[in-house]
Design a protein around this ligand. Sequence first.
Ligand SMILES: O=C(O)c1cc(=O)[nH]c(=O)n1[C@@H]1O[C@H](COP(=O)(O)O)[C@@H](O)[C@H]1O
Length: 276
Amino acid sequence: METFGTRLSEAVAARGPLCVGIDPHAALLTRWGLSDDVTGLERFARTVVDALADRVAVLKPQSAFFERFGSRGIAVLESIIRQSREAGALVLLDVKRGDIGSTMAAYASAYLDPASPLRADAITVSPYLGVGSLRPAFDAAAAHGAGVFVLALTSNPEGPAVQHAVTSGGRTVGQTVIDEISQLNAGAEPLGSLGLVVGATIGETCHDLSKVNGPLLAPGLGAQGGTPEKLRMIFGEGLRNVLPSYSREVLGAGPDQAGLRSAAARAADACRAVGL
Ligand SMILES: O=C(O)c1cc(=O)[nH]c(=O)n1[C@@H]1O[C@H](COP(=O)(O)O)[C@@H](O)[C@H]1O
């Protein structure tokens, strides 16, 4: 079985590194002329998948916007995950889960086990119960050829108060997360299956991302003010493994499928221009 790191490397080689988020905000549904209900949600999500799943490496549905509509929203999420994967995109389900180990094991089987209806290629997780509490997700990912992206330095302004705090070992919380994931990815070829999330808005920090040997998801581009030009300063040598991630910047170009495709192509071009 191919690892997620291998599958991602192949997808990036074939399609480029762009990740597009599927975030059906109420405001976007309205802007697209859709109703703010499960019918609008489904139309929105299917339009994005129809437009982009055959061309971008990664689609990242944000679970919250589907959960908003209860079981029918989740059914739409299940269906668009399947459709995206069938069209060749890898699906990174943005759920930011994090819990004690035994509960984490249940989340891991919900999202990463091929037998689950919500099975994705990878998920986002939160390490604030301790990176070790995520072990069941790492084990499930290894068993099923899936990936796990751990929040390290997030794009929101509240993040640094926690992530830049210095631990008793003298490193920041963020660097501790980075180092623990780097250790777990050590030696993996062509790329480890454990990723980190590092916001494109964080500016210059003293964090070292050069040894991660795994994918680095960079959300915060576009709507939150992050620009491709800043990525080299943030990621340094890690730039080669960055997946630039856009949601509203691309989604705002819908509902026209050609508009969505051109917006994604423009985002990809802007990232290519800075060496991605
Ligand atoms: O894990 C994420 O994707 C994520 C991490 C982070 O630090 N910041 C961040 O914005 N995100 C997600 O990325 C998406 C950003 O959307 P836009 O600001 O519209 O591009 C949302 O779904 C966020 O939940």
